[in-house]
Ligand binder design. Structure first.
Ligand code: HAM
Length: 422
């Protein structure tokens, strides 16, 4: 029979790797909750129209990368390619804006994009995202960047660069669109087929095209900075001022664009200089999306958010991982001793320790090998002889010391020894 493999671009996370993921996820929860964000979980599958209306019909994501399929009744569904649209839908559906005028939420979960897989780019990948609603002041944009930065700092990641830009409000983008169309007009024949269409429908998307010829042309086009309204310039200056106050180093990059259509005003990305990630070196991307809530049928509500790519963070972390709890192994010889062993591991676990035993009747040597293999800090050894005399032996696996303990003291003495060894 043909073996069945995982789908290309979709990876298994194996037990040997999970401590690094846990470090990322637990650090994220800790940081985000300190800034007042609370967890939200939305479905992995949504109505396809949600993404068409939010990410934008002419984006690469909607045009080429969505996993879209009809359900059994023919309704078009899509595996979420990102988290923001689903969060906005949920916020509106559950009227969260009525309960709190400025809700802050975060999420962890898998996203799906049919991209060409390579290091740091997958078809199923994980994001940690945060979204804050109801505030248009630039203080929140800057705090969002500070929060991303603190998370990276607490993971111990350095050598990262924050890039910032403003895409302006609608008036700025309308003015910019006209300038772009004019600048692109003499070059339309050189554009890829997608961009020829985008030139008509949404010329700003040409700036984000991945095709080499279009990329080279995009670099010569006017950028949005000159088209920003006074209010937009002030907003960007305010974000910068607060970043200074918070001690965050950044670079304004007027060429920075994003792959999703919903952004207004502030956009930002943080990328790693490390060669570990190669070209897929953006670890977090985000920005303001002041029109999206209204676009999806809600009241006019400003919002700002970001999302981290977890695989990319894990690649940058290298060997750093969540420290594992020290473990105890109980080796028993003979039936009565094995019954004592299962009660003892249970009592140790109830007291908060991580404890295991050998379930099959095996030789002492085999059991000690197992204790070594699982990295036990302490092994308790008890045979029927010891049991009848009322004691067990405690072995320190690293230091090599050992001593006899009365059975009644085993749990307390093991916990004390574990704490002393941490
Ligand atoms: P995005 O830039 O499309 O933004 O994705 C955010 C991050 O997800 C990227 O910087 C990258 O680290 C990671 N990522 C994206 N695609 C892949 C992939 N194929 N494989 C591995 N990692 C990937 C968004 O998704 C927006 N929803 C962010 C946001 C939230 N804006 C406002 N709120």
């Amino acid at each position: 029979m043909d073996p069945i493999h995982a789908i290309r671009g979709m990876n298994d996370l194996l037990p040997g790797q999970s401590a690094r993921w846990q470090l990322v996820e637990e650090t994220a929860r800790s940081v985000l909750e300190r800034y007042g964000y609370r967890e939200i979980r939305t479905p992995v599958v949504e109505d396809t129209r949600l993404y068409q209306r939010s990410i934008g019909e002419t984006t690469d994501i909607v045009e080429k990368e969505m996993y879209t399929f009809p359900d059994r009744k023919g309704k078009l569904l899509t595996l979420r390619p990102e988290g923001t649209a689903g969060v906005v839908r949920a916020v509106l559906e559950h009227k969260l804006l009525n309960e709190d005028r400025a809700p802050k939420v975060y999420y962890l979960g898998s996203m799906f994009r049919y991209e060409r897989p390579q290091k740091g780019r997958y078809r199923q990948f994980y994001q940690i995202g945060a979204e804050a609603f109801g505030v248009s002041d630039a203080l929140l944009d800057a705090e969002m960047i500070a929060m991303a930065w603190r998370f990276l700092a607490e993971l111990g990641l350095s050598g990262l660069e924050v890039r910032l830009n403003s895409l302006g409000e609608a008036a700025s983008r309308t003015a910019y669109r006209e300038k772009l169309v004019e600048a692109l007009r003499p070059h339309t024949a050189a554009l890829c087929a997608d961009c020829q269409r985008r030139y008509e429908q949404n010329p700003l998307r040409v700036l984000d095209c991945k095709v080499e010829g279009c990329k080279a042309l995009a670099a010569t086009l006017p950028n949005i900075a000159e088209s920003l309204t006074e209010a937009d310039r002030k907003h960007l200056a305010d974000v910068e001022e607060t970043l200074h106050d918070l001690g965050i180093t950044y670079r304004v990059d007027p060429q920075l664009v994003r792959g999703l259509d919903y952004y207004t005003r502030t956009i930002f990305e943080v990328s790693a200089a490390s060669s570990e990630l190669g070209t897929q070196n953006t670890v977090v991307g985000g920005g303001r999306y002041d029109n999206l809530v209204e676009q999806l049928g809600g009241p006019p509500t400003p919002a700002v958010g970001f999302a981290f790519g977890v695989e990319r963070l894990v690649l940058l972390l290298g060997e750093k991982a969540k420290p594992q709890q020290p473990r105890v192994f109980v080796a028993a010889l003979g039936h009565p001793a094995r019954r004592w062993a299962i009660r003892t591991v249970e009592a140790l676990r109830a007291a908060g320790a991580s404890a295991e035993m050998e379930y099959e009747a095996k030789s002492l040597k085999a059991q000690l090998r197992r204790a070594d293999k699982i990295g036990a800090r302490i092994t308790l050894v008890c045979g029927d002889g010891e049991l009848s005399r009322g004691f067990a032996q405690m072995k320190h696996m690293q230091g090599g010391g050992q001593r006899d303990l009365p059975l009644a003291d085993v749990v307390a003495a093991t916990l004390t020894a574990l704490n002393a060894s941490v």
